[in-house]
Ligand binder design. Structure first.
Ligand code: GLN
Length: 534
């Protein structure tokens, strides 16, 4: 296709309807017809990126290959499409405003009064069009965060209105809404959807397609009614019924004809079939496990599942790959102590210690790792989880009393994890960690090599602290070996314990690159080891 088509996805009635999953599913369906698709998320909050947000506020911070700290929806986009995203795929109000204000300070506006319309909206529009201009995509799907009617999202809706006008039939708007079921009346109710479309209309935007989240099937009557009140065709009322796994959604959307409707609205004639064989195989495997394991996820943000989104999804991919049901027990590291660790972790076939920042819950993580090490339970430590494994080994095997990371104890006698030199002069917290994909060279005789089956890998990072190479020889002599390093800078990337059945700590984040098409080898290997232990 010579031109890029733009699909805007807005949300109405309430948040958390799953715009990200709908966007990713539509992208998957278009991709399955042979199109090149990318998805972008526009977030109306004023943070420049979610990197400085507590996971409790906004869920996990997802890191792209180019080192952007982004919204967790980008994780869904990558997991569904295997298409890498970059900074350009996530824009926030904070980023828009800081660009516009910098331009103003530079004098770029030549004395004009700088206003929301046109300056902020122009900046939003240019960020939307950038992907189409650069990436030679057939479709750019732009998801607008928040709910229509929010004050914060007004400039984004206005930008969509302008673009729709400028682009004509090269763009459409999909509005995701809710059709609630009132149990007392025994009825599905369309009024909230009518109101939310009216709100969009007040802002000058007529949606082309409505995707309606619902607990019960929408009959033809309901579809006609929604169509009538919202000025859309009945075929453009798409049901999105609740389902037990997000990975069903592309198939449900295919059945409802979302992709066909999108192409029709964009006047694209296409007789190609949507080929989803690999996806269907994945689902078949996921739904028909022949094994089962129990895995503990030890972290400090366990109350909110979104905090560990990518880790949990990586387990889903590894589950399908191993035909193994994985029961995850979320364990708050703050609650783990020497006294209760036996009880907390009994019956676990594998223990994962999560990434994180700060001191809270650290000792519980270290206790859990000791338990995994001493009881030969498969262990995967990610980022802070790996650093804790190094601390634990230092304290309990090397006898380095109170060994620590200088993040938690700047005055420790044994700083086995220490700040990278280049980090020491940094004052700003936002976007200044070691971020994005770096090369790691793997030792052949290792669990990591067994998993990856190759020696050179690229993995994504997000941290300030590192294994302190001053202690390298002591660790190796004591049996904790380094099986992966960054070849350029000699930084330790992977540690293992030789005498343990499967004990792997990684400084990087494997969870960011696990997808349906390519389940991450370390998660697959970890689950295999857990199965073997059983
Ligand atoms: N807090 C640690 C660091 O900054 C680990 C970060 C993480 O787990 N992502 O190095």
């Amino acid at each position: 296709m010579s031109k890029t088509n733009y699909i805007f996805v807005t949300g109405g009635v309430t948040s958390s309807l799953g715009k990200g999953i709908i966007s990713a599913s539509l992208a998957k369906l278009l991709q399955a017809r042979g199109y090149n698709v990318t998805i972008q998320k526009l977030d109306p909050y004023i943070n420049v990126d979610p990197g400085t947000l507590n996971p409790y506020e906004h869920g996990e911070c997802y890191v792209t290959i180019d080192g952007a700290e982004t919204d967790l929806d980008l994780g869904h986009y990558e997991r569904f499409t295997s298409q890498p995203t970059t900074q350009a795929n996530n824009v926030t109000t904070g980023r828009i405003y800081s660009t516009v204000i910098n331009k103003e300070r530079r004098g770029d506006y030549l004395g004009e009064t700088v206003q929301i319309i046109p300056h902020i909206t122009d900046e939003i529009k240019s960020r939307i069009k950038l992907l189409g201009n650069e990436g030679d995509f057939d479709f750019v799907i732009t998801e607008i965060g928040g709910t229509v009617g929010d004050i914060e999202s007004l400039p984004y809706i206005e930008a969509v209105r302008q673009l729709k006008w400028e682009m004509g039939n090269q763009s459409i708007v999909i509005h995701l809404t809710l059709i609630p079921y009132l149990a007392a009346a025994g009825e599905l109710k369309t009024k909230p959807t009518q109101h939310s479309v009216k709100q969009l209309l007040q802002l000058g935007v007529q949606p082309d397609i409505l995707v309606c989240r619902t607990e019960h099937h929408l009959n033809l009557n309901i579809r006609h009614k929604v169509a009538l009140f919202c000025n859309v065709e009945t075929t453009s009322v798409i049901e999105s019924i609740d389902t037990d796994t997000i990975y069903n959604v592309p198939l449900l959307m295919k059945e409802e004809g979302l992709d066909t409707e999108v192409l029709r609205k964009l006047n694209i004639k296409d007789n190609r079939k949507t080929v989803l064989t690999q996806w269907e195989n994945f689902l078949k495997r996921l739904k028909n496990p022949i094994h089962e394991v129990n895995i503990a996820l030890v972290g400090k943000y366990v109350e909110l599942k979104d905090s560990y989104k990518s880790i949990l999804e990586s387990f889903v991919h590894a589950s399908a790959e191993n035909l193994c049901k994985i029961n995850i027990k979320m364990i708050s590291s703050e609650k783990v102590s020497d006294e209760n660790v036996d009880y907390m972790l009994k019956n676990m076939d594998g223990i994962l210690v999560a990434p994180g920042f700060g001191n809270r819950g650290i000792e519980g993580k270290i206790t859990a790792i000791r338990f995994a090490r001493e009881n030969n339970i498969p262990f995967l430590g990610i980022c802070l989880g790996m650093q804790c494994a190094v601390i634990e080994y230092g304290r309990n095997v090397l006898g380095l009393e109170d060994a620590h990371s200088t993040e938690m104890n700047p005055r420790t006698k044994y700083p086995v994890i220490d700040m990278m030199d280049e980090q020491k002069s940094i004052d700003n917290m936002g976007g200044t960690m070691r971020l994005g994909a770096y090369t790691c060279q793997i030792e052949k005789d290792s669990k990591a090599y067994l998993a990856y089956q190759k020696q050179t890998i690229e993995e994504r990072h997000r941290h300030r602290y590192e294994f302190n190479n001053k202690y390298l020889q002591d660790y190796i002599q004591a049996g904790m070996i380094v099986t992966g390093v960054n070849p350029k800078r000699n930084l330790v990337e992977i540690v293992e314990i030789k005498s343990h059945p499967w004990f792997v700590g990684v400084q990087f984040h494997p969870e960011y690159s696990s997808t349906v098409a390519n389940p991450h080898p370390l998660f697959v290997g970890f689950i295999k080891a857990a199965l073997n232990k059983k």
